[in-house]
Design a protein around this ligand. Structure first.
Ligand SMILES: Cc1cc2nc3c(=O)[nH]c(=O)nc-3n(C[C@H](O)[C@H](O)[C@H](O)COP(=O)(O)OP(=O)(O)OC[C@H]3O[C@@H](n4cnc5c(N)ncnc54)[C@H](O)[C@@H]3O)c2cc1C
Length: 428
């Protein structure tokens, strides 16, 4: 059996950064990077917009401004992003302030889905040429802590240090992993919302600021804006009961592709549960399955014009002349999101959308589409033993799946931080 100095699980930004971080302090380290897909499957691959300003993507329970600043600096030094300009925002800012909304100014870069794929290939090639063994389509199944053995779908390998970074899609895997290895965790918060899609002319702020971050009252915010050659997509997950469900998301190609004139972004509300409801994941799965039930097995979409009138959107209604663009995710079921979304989320989100329409007039054009559900699962909170995300002896849990990040740069920073912990512990 081969024994590695470090086995890293997941080739998203968290796993990649952990590998680079380890090599930086110990170039001769024997590192295995396992990836269950054919290519890294997270945000590096989808849209790949990166935010380089705290607190975007950095959960406050783990990242102070000072700690994040050092890691953001290192992340930027390494990835060398082309930061985009931001212009003509003072009017939007003034309007926002007047109604109690904050427009956060965030340094951003945007590669697009095609640019992200190029970046992934480049990073993986660099790791391989530095001696890292990158094994695609190989999944971690379980570990034996006593013998420090990792069992994959193909073989057993030994590890000295184990870094697990399975992302949001690996949320359920990580839960089972923590249970099996007696790592305590909580899972009591959740983000639920809609994805909004409209013509760029109805939300022209994106010409001046690619991914404008608005913070509304009631823990509601805009998130992950995509424009140009932009599409709403659906991601499939499997609930604990084996039922598949979807969450919508969005991405855009780089500006080398022709624009379809559309923009999409999420409006999400965060909620933290207290007893007796303990699991954000269970709740999320229940909500998503309710959406699947009302949507006949698909997510739901509804035009703002219909939503305001309290009536469902119909297939025929999608083509009336007021409704002047076709949905980019045509497989969604035209319907009534208020049948599926709890009032606590719906009220805050509708309030936020009306405020946003005051700041950027035109957003609530009758043709604008709301897609539901968009659910973010980054609520696993392992009980860490140190500030480097060590959750059990020689086991580090990082990235979105472990709740240490909520975006590419935060995930990258978590990888560097875990590598720092390993370096200090091992004296590398
Ligand atoms: C459609 C979409 C668009 C997004 N756009 C953006 C964006 O533009 N900007 C942004 O900042 N964030 C974006 N995000 C969020 C972003 O994906 C995450 O914040 C980030 O990728 C988290 O990094 P990570 O390394 O924790 O996990 P991931 O990037 O999800 O990587 C985890 C990897 O682990 C692998 N894996 C899981 N379980 C196992 C296992 N058992 N064995 C082996 N491998 C395993 C997965 O296949 C995956 O490749 C987007 C997400 C999606 C889904």
């Amino acid at each position: 059996m081969t024994i590695y100095d470090c086995v890293i699980v997941g080739s998203g930004p968290a796993g990649l950064a952990a590998a680079f971080g380890i090599l930086e302090s110990r170039p001769q380290a024997r590192v295995l990077l396992l990836e269950r897909a054919r290519v890294s499957s997270g945000g590096l691959r989808n849209d790949c917009k990166m935010n380089f300003t705290w607190p975007i993507g950095f959960p406050s329970e783990y990242w102070t401004r000072e700690i994040a600043a050092g890691y953001l600096f290192r992340t930027e030094e390494f990835l060398k992003p082309a930061i985009m300009g931001q212009t003509n925002l003072s009017t939007y800012q003034r309007r926002a302030e007047r109604i109690g909304v904050e427009l956060l100014m965030v340094r951003q870069s945007h590669l697009g889905t095609d640019g992200g794929l190029r970046l992934i290939k480049d990073l993986v090639t660099r790791l391989e040429s530095s001696g890292v063994e990158v094994s695609l389509e190989e999944e971690l199944v379980s570990i034996d802590r006593a013998t420090k053995t990792a069992v994959t779908g193909k073989r057993s390998v030994g590890y000295d240090q184990l870094v697990v970074a399975p992302g949001r899609h690996g949320f359920d895997f990580l839960r089972q992993f923590m249970r099996a290895n007696e790592i305590e965790y909580t899972d009591n918060s959740i983000d639920v919302g809609v994805r909004v899609e409209t013509k760029i002319e109805n939300y022209p702020i994106v010409r001046d600021y690619y991914d404008p971050k608005f913070l509304f009252p009631e823990r509601t915010r805009t998130f992950c804006t995509n424009s140009g050659a932009a599409h709403v997509v659906q991601e499939q997950y499997t609930a604990a009961n084996g039922q598949p469900y979807y969450s919508v998301n969005g991405h855009a190609w780089s500006n080398e592709r022709e624009s379809n004139g559309l923009v999409n972004f999420a409006v999400l509300r965060s909620v933290e549960f207290t007893r007796p409801l303990a699991s954000g994941q269970d709740y999320a799965e229940f909500l998503a399955q309710l959406a699947m039930l009302t949507g006949g097995g698909h997510p739901i979409m509804q035009r703002i014009g219909d939503f305001r009138l309290g009536k469902r959107t119909t297939k025929e209604g999608l083509n009336e002349d007021l409704y002047d663009f076709a949905p980019s995710l045509a497989s969604c079921t035209p319907g009534d999101i208020s049948l599926a979304m709890p009032a606590k989320f719906l009220r805050s989100i509708w309030k936020a959308l009306k405020q946003l329409d005051t700041i950027v007039p035109g957003l609530l054009h009758p043709a604008t589409i709301l897609y539901y559900p968009e659910i973010k699962l980054y609520a696993n909170k392992p009980a860490f033993r140190d500030q480097y995300f060590q959750a059990a002896e020689d086991i580090y849990l990082i990235g979105d799946g472990a709740g240490t990040s909520r975006g590419i740069t935060g995930a990258w920073a978590s990888g560097l931080r875990a590598a720092d912990g390993i370096r200090r512990k091992k004296g590398w």
